[in-house]
Design a protein around this ligand. Structure first.
Ligand code: ADP
Length: 183
C-alpha cells in the first residue's frame, strides 16, 4: 500500500505518518528527515540542500525527484508512506511518472488541515525543543508562505482522490479521523 500525507508545516503530518507507518507496516519516507541526514553526512545532496532549508525555501525539484526516484525504486515492493513529498506540482507530476515506471500507484492521499495561526503557534512551541536551524520565527512564517504558494495547489491537483482530515485536536483524535476514512 502506498500512502501520501500532506499538510502545512506544523499540521502534524510527521506524527501521523509515524503512527500509520507502524499500524500498516509502511516505510516512512520523510523528505525533511532524509534531507537533514544528508546534511549531517555532508553528501552531495546535503550540500545542495542546506542553504535552501536553512532559509525556509524548498530544495529544487530536480534534487528531490532524483533522490526520491532512487528511494522509491529500492522500496518498490514495500508499503510506503510519503511525508513531505511531493511539495510542488512539478514534483507531483514527476512522482506520477516514477510510479508508472514502477507499475505502482498511490492508494491514499491524506491532507491534514489546520488553521494558519494555530500552525504558527505550534511551530514556535516545537522550535523551543527541536534545535532545527529552520525553526526561528521568521523562517517559520516564511515556510507558511512557501507552503501557500507552492504546496497548497496540490490539494487541487489531487482533488479527485484527496481525503481531507481536520488536524485540530489531540494526536489520537486526528489518527482516529484518518483511520475512519481509510479502513
Ligand atoms: P515542515 O513539515 O515543518 O515544513 P520538513 O521536515 O518536512 O518540515 O521539511 C523541512 C525543509 O526541508 C523544508 O522547509 C524544505 O526546505 C525541505 N524539503 C523537505 N521536503 C521537500 C520537498 N519535497 N521539496 C523541496 N524541499 C523539501
Amino acid at each position: 500500500m502506498k500512502f501520501l500525507i500532506m499538510g502545512p508545516p506544523g499540521a502534524g503530518k510527521g506524527t501521523q505518518a509515524k503512527i500509520l507507518a507502524e499500524k500498516f507496516n509502511l516505510e516512512h519516507l520523510s523528505t525533511g528527515d532524509i534531507l537533514r541526514s544528508e546534511i549531517n553526512n555532508k553528501s552531495d545532496v546535503g550540500l545542495k540542500a542546506q542553504k535552501f532549508m536553512d532559509a525556509g525555501n524548498l530544495v529544487p525539484d530536480d534534487v528531490l525527484l532524483s533522490m526520491m526516484k532512487n528511494k522509491l525504486t529500492q522500496l518498490r515492493n514495500s508499503g510506503i508512506i510519503l511525508d513531505g513529498f511531493p511539495r510542488t506540482v512539478p514534483q507531483a507530476e514527476g512522482l506520477s511518472k516514477i510510479f508508472s515506471s514502477l507499475e505502482s500507484k498511490i492508494d491514499y492521499v491524506i491532507n491534514i488541515e489546520v488553521e494558519e495561526n494555530a500552525l504558527i503557534n505550534r511551530l514556535i512551541e516545537r522550535a523551543k525543543k527541536s534545535g532545527r536551524a529552520d525553526d526561528t520565527k521568521d523562517v517559520i512564517i516564511k515556510r507558511q508562505h512557501v507552503y501557500k504558494e507552492l504546496t497548497e495547489p496540490l490539494i487541487e491537483y489531487y482533488s479527485s482522490e484527496i481525503i481531507q482530515v481536520d488536524g485540530d485536536g489531540t494526536i489520537e483524535e486526528v489518527t482516529h479521523r484518518i483511520l475512519k476514512r481509510i479502513i
